[in-house]
Design a protein around this ligand. Structure first.
Ligand SMILES: [Zn+2]
Ligand SMILES: [Zn+2]
Length: 423
């Protein structure tokens, strides 16, 4: 593969492409704790940190140390009519699978049990590897996976789900929060600290200075420059073949491939699922042999009636406002590209970034139902069984997240005639 890199890099000043509007611009060398934003759409291009290779490592190791507690110690205990049940985190997938909901088991396994610690482990491995005299191979691919998996690690969303589940049960039964739940809170704090302390560009620079790049031989200035979607390096892929980023190995596209068609398809699928999600029940609560189904709206009203107003508002925001806002906002953005609209480009770009960030928070209800299902297993006295609505709702969240990911905001600028080179 042949491409060239602007050799301003890695001296600090660096030419880069804004991922939101496609403007090529020079980012100045930054002191610690400074940030650079796009001159046209205000997208954050880089934020530097103090000791970017040390502080995230400390946070990642602290988070990993808590993971053992999360896995093996009790998570929550419920006691009702002298019957009790203690749940551990490892029980969740098996219990959800036994209830016939492998989709919930898979979501829990991936988004809560595997990805959050895996991301910390990847970060720790890369940062420790960079400190060794001879860094191990594969650091580039591992850090790329770390960067790409960010939105899918949902510890903090799960913890809000725990809080909602607790609110629904606290008046009805005796609930004890176990050490695993506290450790999960610690793991979340460690992940947030690692994320805040991390300057990915500094890690990429360190990787580049410590390990050799692949296939630089014969590089030529061919094709238009394309910013790497993962590490932001400006590459010059050959227009006639599929190329990968020279630094991190991510696939390079001038614009995301088939962006409009993919986003429309995912959006329409999400609209179909959202109808089922709101119409069908999300769970059945059985009390002394009598079952009562509950929908998303019903659950919210129940929380409000129990006096948990703030929680009801959180559920309303996460389960109704955010999904609806995402569906409408993405549809408006797609239409604006088709209509070649030039109005409110900056505002639309900002809304797109907001939609990208908030998407995962809608999983609160899905996690809440999973927690109730696993915890409330008291035989004849009380059980909770998930229903098809919760799977449909989970599908809405994942489909809208994928739709936001498939959409390329630079197309809005291109369609308005304000893409790269137009000014
Ligand atoms: Zn921009
Ligand atoms: Zn890259």
């Amino acid at each position: 593969m042949m491409y060239a890199v602007r050799e301003d890099w890695p001296t600090g000043r660096l030419l880069c492409e804004c991922p939101s509007c496609g403007t090529l611009q020079m980012v100045a060398a930054l002191p610690a704790c400074a940030s650079a934003r796009c001159i046209r759409c205000n997208q954050l291009l880089r934020r530097t940190r103090y000791e970017p290779l040390v502080r995230p490592l400390a946070a990642a190791l602290a988070g990993l140390a808590l993971y053992g507690v999360v896995l093996f110690l009790p998570f929550m205990q419920i006691e009702l009519w002298s019957r009790d049940h203690t749940a551990t985190m490892l029980e969740f997938p098996a219990e959800l699978q036994t209830n016939g909901f492998w989709e919930l088991a898979a979501a829990f396994l991936l988004f809560v049990l595997v990805l959050p610690p895996l991301r910390l482990a990847l970060l720790a491995w890369v940062l420790i590897g960079l400190r060794l005299r001879r860094p191990p191979r594969g650091l580039r691919a591992l850090f790329r996976w770390h960067e790409r998996s960010g939105p899918w690690a949902m510890t903090e969303v799960f913890l809000v789900g725990v809080f909602v589940a607790y609110s629904r049960l606290a008046d009805l039964a005796q609930i004890d929060i176990g050490p695993a739940a506290w450790a999960l809170g610690g793991l979340m704090l460690a992940s947030v600290c690692a994320e805040i302390a991390l300057d990915p560009a500094a890690v990429w620079e360190a990787i580049d200075s410590r390990t050799p790049r692949t296939a630089l031989a014969g590089a030529k200035d061919e094709g238009n420059p394309v910013g790497c979607p993962c590490c932001a390096l400006l590459c010059h892929p050959r227009p006639d073949r599929l190329s990968r980023c020279l630094r991190c190995g991510a696939l390079l596209w001038p614009r995301k491939p088939a962006s409009l068609a993919r986003t429309w398809a995912l959006l329409i699928a999400a609209v179909i699922c959202v109808v089922f999600a709101y119409a069908e029940p999300v769970m059945t609560v059985s009390n002394f042999g009598e079952g009562e189904t509950s929908t998303i709206f019903g659950g919210m009203i129940e929380l409000a009636e129990l006096g948990w107003w703030p929680i009801a508002v959180i559920v309303f925001l996460a389960s109704i406002t955010i999904p609806m806002f995402k569906l409408v906002a993405l549809a408006v953005m797609l239409l604006s590209v088709h209509l070649r609209s030039a109005t409110g480009l900056r505002a639309r770009t900002r809304i797109y970034r907001f939609v990208e960030v908030i998407g995962r928070w809608s999983m609160i209800d899905v996690f809440m139902v999973s927690i109730l299902t696993v915890l409330v297993q008291l035989g004849f006295i009380a059980t909770v069984q998930p229903e098809v609505g919760v799977v449909a709702f989970g599908a809405v969240v994942i489909l809208t997240m994928l739709a936001a990911y498939s959409f390329d905001p630079r197309l809005m600028w291109d369609a308005a005639g304000r893409g790269r080179g137009a000014e």
